[in-house]
Design a protein around this ligand. Structure first.
Ligand code: M6R
Length: 364
């Protein structure tokens, strides 16, 4: 049942405020003052490393979470693609938590990586959408993301629910490790409670995104740029676009522009810049200027403050609500998804069942 939408993907994008709200309530204590995990045996003070492993979109959720665990909880994090991790035979110290993220819980490489960590890591934790899946069953602790069934092959609500659960886990780690002040924790939890409403405002940008997408559909290549927390999101935006519109897209950390991809800039290569008005904004804008100075076309995704400062020469600008920078990846995922969705519609591709792709990759 597509719930009145044309595609499952559209339905799943629209469901995000409610499923994310559900996940937030599930992982928040009754008084709303702290993060509550099922089972209280996950002790982030007893470990000195977190190793996160996943594939595809779930891997980008892990890359995002690395910033959160490192900045909020001062916990060193290593992130790897499951197919690389499993054959590299990396050393795992006993003071490591190994964390596996998978929507289906059945991805062959992720499951093999998990089995490799058995008996080696302090604990095996998974963040999954399917609680009865192999990955969930073989973990010491399985944390559900509560996204509900995801049918579209291109992951949308599972990604933002993964991000939400991983952020709450990072907040728990920060609380246990004493690396966050009670005020800042309360502040971030309040922002999380407000997030479903903020996401609704991001969904209101549907028409602006559709307009931008019609232009994007003319391109044969698209470059995505972001810094800090927006870098993994740029990678996710590029993956979403190639999966369903078949347009070649790649993503770079904005600071890497000068180190190669700037050679590609011309007026045929749209550049999607994801940049909330945060402490890294000026730096991203200067990268954006480098693109504009070479005749490049910039699609800027920012907030009102960012648009006021930098939107004058852009090709298109999508304006999102102002949000605490820590939560920005969850919010900025929405226009990245809508952009891919509307571009695919403009190109007439099969949105829910893109060619060559399977929802669950249970073979190598
Ligand atoms: O079920 P999983 O989360 O383990 O799947 C991982 C990837 O196969 C998956 O995220 C894939 O990249 C999606 N098609 C992304 O939209």
């Amino acid at each position: 049942d597509k719930g009145g939408h044309k595609h499952f993907m559209a339905k799943e994008i629209a469901e995000q405020p409610s499923v994310i709200g559900e996940a937030i309530r599930h992982y928040m204590s009754a008084d709303g003052n702290s993060v509550a995990l099922p089972g209280d045996d996950l002790d982030f003070t007893a470990i000195d490393r977190l190793t996160m492993v996943a594939c595809g979109t779930a891997f980008y959720a892990c890359l995002t979470a690395k910033y959160w665990f490192e900045q909020l909880a001062q916990l060193p994090v290593e992130v790897d693609i499951a197919s690389e991790f499993r054959y590299r035979e990396p050393p795992i110290t006993p003071r490591t938590v190994a964390l596996f993220v998978s929507q289906s819980g059945e991805t062959a490489d992720t499951l093999a990586a998990l089995r490799y960590c058995h008996e080696k890591a302090d604990q095996i934790v998974s963040v999954v959408n399917v609680p009865e899946s192999s990955i969930a069953r073989e973990s010491d602790l399985a944390l559900p993301i509560l996204a509900g069934t995801e049918i579209g092959v291109a992951s949308t609500k599972a990604f933002t629910c993964q991000l939400t659960v991983l952020l709450m886990l990072a907040l728990k780690a920060a609380e246990q490790r004493g690396t966050i002040t009670p005020d800042r924790l309360a502040d971030l939890l309040a922002h999380l409670r407000a997030l479903p409403n903020t996401l609704n405002h991001a969904l209101d940008q549907n028409a602006a995104t559709e307009r931008a997408a019609r232009k994007l559909a003319e391109a044969s290549d698209v470059l995505f740029l972001g810094r800090g927390l927006m870098y993994p999101l740029a990678l996710e935006g590029a993956l979403k676009l190639k999966e369903i519109s078949y347009i070649h897209a790649e993503a770079y950390a904005s600071g890497e522009l000068k180190h190669g991809p700037i050679a590609l800039i011309d007026n045929a290569l749209p550049v999607v810049v994801m940049a909330p008005r945060d402490t890294l904004f000026e730096k991203t804008v200067s990268n954006m200027q480098e693109v504009l100075a070479r005749g490049g076309k910039v699609l800027l995704i920012t907030d009102a403050a960012g648009a006021a400062e930098a939107a004058s020469d852009t090709w298109e600008t999508i304006v999102l609500p102002q949000v605490d920078p820590v939560l920005a990846p969850i919010l900025y995922a929405v226009p990245a998804q809508l952009l891919a969705y509307h571009t695919a519609i403009a190109k007439g591709t099969d949105v829910d069942q893109p060619r060559n792709l399977a929802k669950s990759v249970t073979v190598e």
